[in-house]
Write a protein that binds this ligand. Structure first.
Ligand code: THU
Length: 157
């Protein structure tokens, strides 16, 4: 019995200024990605960009369906693409951006299902994926691993 606490840690930036050129490029790519969103129902366009260890990258954007539960999140679209087209590559980082002002100045935060799915790719490649969450005002939160965003994640041991 007893109250226990678990801490998470992340970097918070109010602008892109302190970021490296490669980080800025990945964030720009995630913003380019939401141009390919298909979001006529929510009008909430999300973009994700994946950077591999070898310096190559790819994009994903949310793809919606009139049957709402069938909507695919940007993160899942990008990861599915990576799994099929670049199955041997290691994912270094992922940036997630949104064009909507619906979140105010807050960076987007991935849904619970996407967190669990990103975690699966970390387990598969046996190395963490750095996560960049981006607001439309250039606020950025950086997490060293999706585990920071998903304490008590589900896994088989
Ligand atoms: N969405 C994403 O693509 N990623 C997230 O992290 C959160 C939500 C999408 C799903 C749906 O198309 C729209 O945003 C509204 O929920």
């Amino acid at each position: 019995m007893g109250l226990k606490q678990k801490q998470i840690s992340y970097e918070s930036h109010d602008s892109l200024q302190g970021l490296t050129e490669s980080e800025k490029a990945l964030i720009q790519e995630s913003r380019d990605a939401f141009e390919d969103a298909y979001a006529p129902y929510s009008e909430f366009r999300v973009g994700a960009a994946i950077l591999f260890e070898d310096g190559t990258s790819l994009k994903g954007a949310n793809q919606e369906n009139a049957s709402y539960p069938l909507c695919n999140c940007a993160e899942q679209v990008a990861l599915n693409h990576a799994a099929m087209a670049h199955s041997k590559k290691t994912i270094k980082s992922m940036a997630i951006a949104v064009d909507s002002k619906k979140l105010g100045e807050n960076p987007i935060s991935p849904c619970g299902a996407c967190r669990q799915i990103i975690l699966e790719y970390e387990q598969k490649q046996k190395s963490p994926i750095k996560i960049y969450l981006v607001s439309y005002t250039d606020k950025v939160f950086i997490f060293d691993s999706i585990k920071q965003l998903l304490p008590f994640y589900f896994e088989f041991s």
